[in-house]
Design a protein around this ligand. Structure first.
Ligand code: GDP
Ligand code: MG
Length: 472
């Protein structure tokens, strides 16, 4: 078999350049969706250019070069200006500067940043408009003009001051495109609009950049789809899970049952954490775990009262949703929360009748003792009987996914995730709850679930995630 050759069509390439410490690396990180870009508040740490391609399924959509900042712009410009050539020959002079100064360490940074441009990359010139404009930038912009490559300026704001009016007046004289971009708060719409500007820089780039934009949109959609599929699996597997543990003694003690419950909970916690890790991978945030522990919801146990109150259904919602059996409806509100005492002994099946499903949050499912007659006994727990649990698990999973999907790849500080008490109201409407409940019921039925039901559930999750992300 022949292996297919890499497409020879060149992908759009851009060099992100500017003064040191203006957010160049942050912008590369945000636009390449890559959280491995080195970002630092001490200037001069980058001494080599580095390429960050954004590739999807082995295909490069575009490539960004992170570069060192200008160090000796005035001297470089003075060298260039000694050569009195017409505009169409200026790029050759820049090339000569590079060739003649390869060994000159004073110009290492300028040579590093100019090289990708001279090899065909478009220019993204980054400025920080929270600092006043100054003439010292003019030598940099003039050098970039000498390269003859298409260019745009991106205005960043590192702090809250705003000098963008004066910056715009100056930048407008050097760049035909001047845009504002916040690398810390990226959204799909903002990302697409920057790509749109890139396409306009050069006629020949319109088609390839538009193609990349289309792929980028498909990529976002794919990330949503994969997230929805994972969350569906999490819910289905958690609710349908049945665990069995052998009992060695004649008697079955209360501690044995507690142990079984603890193991069951531990398994559910592990499933949740595994899915969180996979979600972070899908959204290219593999480095997240190390710095942003809050995101894993570590501080809020899956089975805590706190998590139930933030993510779970209210009493009223529980009754409306769960009151499918007459017994429960008749038993009234209190039964839902009274807490169900686990029954000891060789009980098989739904001993507690119609009310068996309505436990306080601490009780998830009944522990049954099975296999008495065979001489070999085991304890069994699951499927999930607690009506509140699926909403809590799903709420947490949606919350985590939305956070991960909206964090900029340029964020490096420990992310302070405030628990948003209004989150449940943002996604769980009465209609959706009723829809979801029909599937939750199937998931916990103990019977196998048809693929079409899983697909339908996935579609509900997909819609919900999409609405949450677009409402950001
Ligand atoms: N708050 C905030 N900080 C930023 C922004 N852009 C850059 N920074 C910070 O400014 C510092 C320098 O950023 P970096 O991307 O490394 O700049 P570079 O030297 O031009 O590559 C880092 O500490 C960044 O976290 C921004 O838009 N907002
Ligand atoms: Mg940098």
């Amino acid at each position: 078999m022949e292996t297919p050759k890499q497409s020879s069509v060149a992908h759009p390439t851009f060099a992100v350049v500017g003064h040191p410490n203006k957010g160049k690396s942050s912008i590369v990180s945000a636009l390449a969706l890559d959280d491995s870009v080195h970002i630092s508040n001490t200037s001069g740490t980058t001494t080599k250019k580095r390429s960050f391609p954004l590739s999807v399924d082995g295909r490069v959509l575009y490539e960004l070069f992170d570069t060192p900042g200008f160090q000796r712009a005035r001297r470089v410009l003075a060298w260039l200006e000694k050569h009195d050539v017409p505009a169409d020959k200026r790029h050759e002079i820049v090339q000569r500067f590079i060739n003649e100064h390869q060994e000159d360490t004073r110009f290492n940074d300028e040579i590093e940043l100019l090289t990708p441009i001279m090899e065909g990359a478009g220019i993204i010139y980054v400025v920080d408009a929270s600092k006043p404009y100054g003439e010292e930038y003019e030598a940099e912009m003039e050098i970039l003009r000498w390269t003859g490559q298409p260019s745009m300026a991106l205005i960043n704001h590192i702090d809250d001051n705003d000098y963008s009016q004066e910056w715009k007046r100056a930048l407008g004289q050097y760049f035909k495109m001047v845009r504002t971009f916040n690398p810390m708060q990226t959204s799909l719409a903002q990302h697409m609009s920057i790509l749109e500007s890139m396409a306009q820089l050069k006629e020949e780039w319109i088609a390839p950049v538009k193609a990349s934009m289309k792929l980028f949109e498909q990529y976002q959609e794919q990330m949503l789809e994969r997230s929805a599929a994972l969350l569906t699996t999490l819910l289905y597997e958690s609710l349908s899970m049945v665990e069995r543990f052998p009992v060695k003694t004649e008697e079955v003690y209360a501690e044995d049952k507690e142990k079984v419950e603890e193991k069951y909970k531990e398994k559910l916690r592990t499933m949740e954490v595994n899915v969180q890790e996979q979600i972070e991978k899908i959204w290219n945030h593999e480095h997240l775990q190390k710095t942003q522990e809050m995101l894993t919801l570590d501080e809020m146990d899956l089975f805590s009262k706190e998590t139930a109150s933030v993510f779970g259904l209210t009493r009223k919602e529980l009754i409306i949703t769960g009151a499918t059996s007459g017994a429960a409806a008749g038993a009234g509100i209190d039964l839902l929360f009274a807490g169900h005492t686990l029954l000891l002994g060789g009980l098989i099946g739904g001993v507690v009748g119609g009310t068996g499903a309505y436990f306080g949050f601490n009780e998830l499912s009944e522990v049954k003792v099975l296999g008495q007659t065979m001489g070999k006994r085991y304890l069994e727990i699951g499927p999930m009987e607690n009506r509140n649990f699926p909403y809590i698990l799903l709420g947490r999973a949606l919350y985590h996914t939305v956070q991960v999907a909206s964090i900029s790849h340029a964020a490096r500080e420990v992310f302070d995730m405030k628990m948003d008490q209004t989150f449940k109201a943002q996604w769980l409407s009465d209609t959706l709850r009723k829809n979801l409940e029909t599937y939750h019921k199937k998931f916990r039925s103990g019977k196998s679930v048809e693929p079409k039901d899983l697909k339908a559930y996935e579609a509900l999750i997909h819609q919900t995630l999409k609405a949450l992300l677009e409402g950001e």
